[in-house]
Design a protein. Sequence first.
Length: 80
Amino acid sequence: MKKSVTLVFITVLIGLLYACKKDTSKNVSQSEVYNPTPTTIQYPDFVKKSISDIKIPTDNPLTVEGIALGRKLFYEKMLS
């Protein structure tokens, strides 16, 4: 009994180690690289008067995809 448990443990351990190795066979082509679409927000005049300049960080610019993701997450019922 002890031998079979040890054998199963070693087999699972080897399987986990093999599954965690880095896959170097993937070649990422130029078309698969993520290129976000930058965007700007047009504020109505009454918003511009009441709020001073809204600062958007340079390392996290607004993108069309980011805005779509934010809307999807905001209205997701399971996250509420």
